[in-house]
Design a protein around this ligand. Structure first.
Ligand code: MD6
Ligand code: FE
Length: 215
């Protein structure tokens, strides 16, 4: 597995995946337990739920959000909203640790001054997957996205600017952080169906946090 990355540029713990995209192995490891505790607090206020896509499919991934804005999907489309449609309440505040981690990871990857206003929380049970997509509901593509992997490992597909472009398969494990922005901001990406397993901190699931500047 490592052989794949030997050819890629390594700078200060960051593996460059493409211009504007970096993999920070283990960057969130020391914060993992605290992140998971904070995720439980958020999910108690804004429950993880399986949203419906504009095409009418129920997502296999369960999602919720925290921060000023939350990501939602329904028959009308994908968008960011100030209120959780499930509860009618504002999304829970972003825990301080989340903001610090996202800012530090972005800076490490060459994007100083990142101030996320939304954090999408995705929970994958075995078999859950995310088909190839672009993240394009944010108002300003000038800000990067910071993605944190917790719990079970997953195979992340990292493609190009066109859906049909070849994809790189990345094995993401607990504590890994991926940052992308600039020329990589609109690359297609997805997650293959999660394999069965048990992680000491999350049990039988993977949790992914993506930090964005939505508005
Ligand atoms: C996931 N991540 O890893 C889903 N989007 O579960 C994403 O869709 C994603 O990791 C934009 C940038 C980084 C990501
Ligand atoms: Fe995405």
């Amino acid at each position: 597995m490592n052989g794949l990355f030997d050819a890629l540029e390594r700078t200060a713990g960051a593996v460059t995946l493409a211009p504007g995209a970096a993999l920070l192995r283990g960057f969130a490891l020391d914060d993992a337990a605290a992140l998971l505790a904070a995720i439980d607090t958020v999910a108690a206020l804004a429950p993880l739920r399986h949203m419906v896509t504009p095409g009418g499919y129920t997502m296999s991934v369960a999602t919720t959000s925290c921060g000023d804005m939350g990501w939602t999907s329904d028959a009308q489309g994908y968008r960011y909203a100030e209120y959780d449609p499930e509860t009618g309440l504002p999304w829970p505040a972003m825990p301080a640790l989340f903001g610090t981690l996202a800012r530090d990871a972005a800076a490490q990857a060459g994007f100083p001054g990142f101030e996320p206003d939304a954090c999408l929380i995705n929970r994958y049970a075995p078999g859950a997957r995310l088909t190839l997509h672009q993240d394009r509901n944010e108002r300003d593509f000038g800000a990067p996205i910071v993605s944190v992997s917790l719990g079970l490992p997953a195979t992340f597909l990292f493609g190009g600017i066109k859906r049909a472009d070849p994809t790189l398969k990345l094995h993401l494990v607990h504590g890994d952080v991926v940052v992308w922005g600039g020329p990589a901001r609109l690359r297609f990406h997805g997650v293959l169906p999660l394999a069965h397993g048990t992680h000491p901190l999350t049990g039988a699931c993977r949790i992914n946090l993506t930090f964005r500047k939505a508005s």
